[in-house]
Ligand binder design. Structure first.
Ligand SMILES: C[S@@+](CC[C@H](N)C(=O)[O-])C[C@H]1O[C@@H](n2cnc3c(N)ncnc32)[C@H](O)[C@@H]1O
Length: 278
């Protein structure tokens, strides 16, 4: 006989909207919502509400996104534009792509290794980068987005990796020149207090962090000021040096650098390395 935990996880993972979410993440949310005393249908509903808040709101129509691999040879940017347009995070970035990536790489020119935490469809932005890194590792709880990134890397013929993994526990192997933390810090912090600072302690030399200046749908006021205060506070506590901060399009872009005495330090040493390939 299955336990209530197993049954709730099974129900969520068999629903149309959430079947491609990392099972480990669904289990974590079931445990958190159970601790609040929720059971049965109320528990399932609460777990789906968290997944909607932290994934569904941003996914837009990206679950149906396709790559135009036939067009890749002729126009690499055109081949990914429709897919990027389908995701709430990358769609507004399309209007400022060149400015955005030029700013990122001004702070960290020609990184050899790049990590992309909670990547969504961001790996499909590679045609907008001034140069490609030797190594690129992306992760997200969304198996569909990860699968699309894997297909894209294969079509590019690059040995890049995309894996399904939870940002709250995943420890990427080795270290990186540049860690992309796009629109994930407030989401991760809401999932577990302290997550933003833990992600800012991953062993990378440079960090590119974005936070939205508008709410999804644009109805809530004061988001830019709220997120600036939040990020200024995390940056100060992280001990990282802020190289620059600016608004580009609809996002704050913060560029940070690890200071020499911090090299190799990370409070991530005891985290889980559990992940699976989509
Ligand atoms: C606002 S979107 C940002 C996507 C991408 N970083 C970008 O800016 O283009 C948030 C992403 O975080 C992912 N996500 C949410 N919680 C996560 C977690 N705990 N671990 C990994 N990914 C997570 C969602 O699936 C979604 O793709």
């Amino acid at each position: 006989m299955s336990t209530q935990r197993e049954e709730t996880v099974r129900q969520v993972l068999s629903s149309k909207n959430y079947r491609h979410i990392l099972p480990e993440t669904v289990e974590r949310i079931v445990d958190e919502e159970s601790k609040k005393g929720r059971t049965g249908g109320e528990l399932t509903k609460a777990v789906k509400a968290v997944l909607h808040r932290d994934w569904g709101v941003f996914a837009g129509s990206s679950a149906k996104a396709r790559l135009d691999t036939a067009a890749m040879g002729d126009d690499a940017r055109a081949a990914v534009t429709a897919a990027l347009q389908s995701h709430v995070s990358t769609a507004p970035r399309l209007a400022v792509m060149d400015e955005f990536w030029a700013a990122v790489f001004a702070a960290c020119p020609a990184p050899a290794s790049v990590w992309d935490c909670a990547c969504g469809l961001n790996p499909l932005c590679l045609p907008f980068w001034p140069a490609l890194p030797a190594r690129y590792l992306a992760w997200d709880i969304d198996g569909k987005a990860v699968g699309l990134a894997q297909d894209y890397f294969a079509a590019l013929g690059r040995p890049y990796e995309a894996v399904c993994a939870d940002a709250l526990t995943f420890v990427p192997p080795g270290d990186a020149d540049l860690l992309l933390l796009f629109e994930i810090l407030p989401v991760a912090e809401r999932q577990q207090k302290g997550s933003a600072l833990r992600l800012l302690s991953l062993p990378a030399r440079h960090f590119a962090v974005t936070l939205p200046t508008r709410s999804v749908g644009g109805r809530r006021a004061g988001i830019a000021a709220f997120n600036e205060e939040l990020m200024d506070s995390w940056a100060a506590q992280s001990g990282l040096a802020v190289i620059s901060k600016q608004i580009i399009g609809t996002e704050w872009l913060y560029l940070l650098r690890r200071q020499d005495h911090q090299k190799g330090e990370s409070d991530y040493a005891t985290g889980s390395t559990c992940f699976y390939r989509a």
